[in-house]
Design a protein around this ligand. Structure first.
Ligand SMILES: C[S@@+](CC[C@H](N)C(=O)[O-])C[C@H]1O[C@@H](n2cnc3c(N)ncnc32)[C@H](O)[C@@H]1O
Length: 252
């Protein structure tokens, strides 16, 4: 069992820089979300585990809103609140297990890389089902322990893949827990995503250690991994680093 990562401790310091997204990547995600949310606008959205608000303002642009960014870490939420966002966006303290919104108030509930941090998954799923309107959609962007993509950095940090296999639930575990609250899969796709424009850029971003996986590696493992990946970056062929990211869509 991995220890719970508290984003108030270290991750909030580097998350924005280490996980910055280009407008093109944000737009690609908005297209993916919109494909699964029907044509009606405006839609009310809960961005659960909204972090520094990487997606929250763009969700308002795509769906009209209101968009509620629900985030347990005070420091992550403060960064989101300090960034430009329009009146359709509101950031609220809360968590997947405790969503401070009324019953049947949301058309879309997005969890973008937050579900694996949830301790009480059945409780969280009940809460998500509670706030979802009939006909609404849950957009779950997560990795799955049994279908991890081939992440380039894992080759240089030998224990990282095993950490992520323990960190992320399997597809079956996710489907079973959502089924417990009457939610079932309606779509499942792998969205292509550009992680960096070059290996050097990829390593520079990785240096921020803005991934909770790093919180489970030792200092020696991290130092050895960076020495190896930096040597590899020196001789890497030019070209972008791409990956495929899983998006599971659920509804009642
Ligand atoms: C990897 S970050 C993702 C943030 C944002 N969704 C993004 O993609 O930039 C994970 C976030 O989940 C939050 N988190 C941790 N436990 C949570 C919980 N039980 N419910 C909701 N969010 C949680 C963390 O505080 C952190 O901000």
């Amino acid at each position: 069992m991995l220890k719970k990562v508290d984003y108030d401790e270290r991750q909030h310091l580097t998350y924005e820089r280490g996980r910055a997204l280009s407008p093109a990547v944000v737009a690609r995600w908005m297209d993916a979300f919109a494909r699964h949310a029907g044509d009606r606008r405006p839609l009310t959205v809960a961005d659960v585990g909204s972090g520094t608000g990487r997606f929250t303002p763009a969700l308002a642009g795509t769906f009209g809103g209101p968009v509620y960014g629900i985030e347990p870490s005070d420091r992550m939420r403060a960064i989101a609140e300090g960034a430009p966002h329009g009146p359709a966006v509101m950031y609220l303290a809360g968590s997947a297990e405790r969503i401070p919104l009324p019953d049947r108030s949301c058309d879309v509930v997005l969890l973008f890389l937050s579900f694996h941090h949830v301790t009480d998954r059945p409780g969280a799923v009940r809460e998500i089902a509670r706030v979802l309107r009939p006909g609404g959609r849950v957009l779950l962007r997560t990795s799955f322990g049994d279908r991890l993509p081939d992440k380039p950095w894992h080759r240089y940090f030998p224990r990282a893949r095993a950490v992520e296999q323990a960190m992320f639930p399997t597809v079956r575990e996710v489907l079973d827990v959502f089924a417990g609250a009457g939610l079932a899969q309606v779509a499942f796709e792998r969205v292509p995503e550009r992680l960096a424009d070059s290996m050097a850029d990829y390593v520079a971003r990785l240096r921020y250690r803005a991934s909770s996986t790093f919180e489970h590696l030792t200092g020696a493992e991290i130092a050895a991994g960076f020495a190896a990946i930096e040597a590899a970056a020196d001789t890497a062929a030019p070209g972008p680093i791409e990956a495929g990211s899983d998006l599971l869509v659920l509804a009642t």
